[in-house]
Design a protein around this ligand. Structure first.
Ligand SMILES: Cc1cc2nc3c(=O)[nH]c(=O)nc-3n(C[C@H](O)[C@H](O)[C@H](O)COP(=O)(O)O)c2cc1C
Length: 148
């Protein structure tokens, strides 16, 4: 199965770390949604992932805009994220964006990622050491289950 994951990972590269672990030995392409690009052809892939750190309770707006602009109708889609603290609802906005394109949502994987945003910086950050080896392994397992 040919897969692409469109991502935004800026705070500490936590999400990219998860994606690189998942992609090892797999037929998956990674697209940084902030990178300059000539053309995007998501129709070439069997499944499309969207990945992001969580920014103010949701995927970064750059990822959601990218989905709105480039996701073809009726695709198989999945979500990956990292966040300072786990809570429900982080995929709500991106899920609405892809649902508007009649996407089939296969699932989501989220784990914690080192977070030094705002006041957390004063205490040396939260979720230090995350994503950890166990979380990277779970991400690989999630990806394998998506590819089945
Ligand atoms: C501006 C900003 C806002 C954030 N908002 C949240 C949030 O609402 N909830 C949360 O759990 N983490 C939040 N975080 C922490 C990040 O989601 C977390 O560190 C994530 O792993 C960053 O991913 P990245 O390194 O791939 O960009 C925020 C971080 C920044 C810099």
């Amino acid at each position: 199965m040919k897969t692409v994951i469109c991502y935004y990972s800026r705070h500490h590269g936590n999400t990219l770390k998860v994606l690189e672990a998942m992609a090892e030995g797999q037929d998956v392409e990674l697209i940084d949604v902030t990178a300059p690009r000539a053309a995007v052809h998501l129709e070439r892939y069997d499944a499309v992932g969207f990945a992001s750190g969580i920014y103010y309770g949701k995927f970064h707006d750059n990822v959601t805009s990218f989905a709105r602009q480039y996701l073809p109708e009726g695709k198989d889609v999945f979500f990956i994220y990292t966040c300072g603290s786990k809570r429900d609802g982080y995929t709500k906005v991106i899920a609405e964006a892809v649902t508007a394109k009649r996407a089939n949502i296969l699932g989501e994987y989220g784990c914690r990622g080192y977070d030094t945003f705002g006041p957390f910086k004063l205490v040396g950050g939260i979720a230090k050491g995350h994503p950890n080896a166990d979380e990277l392994q779970k991400a690989r397992e999630f990806f394998r289950s998506i590819c089945k």
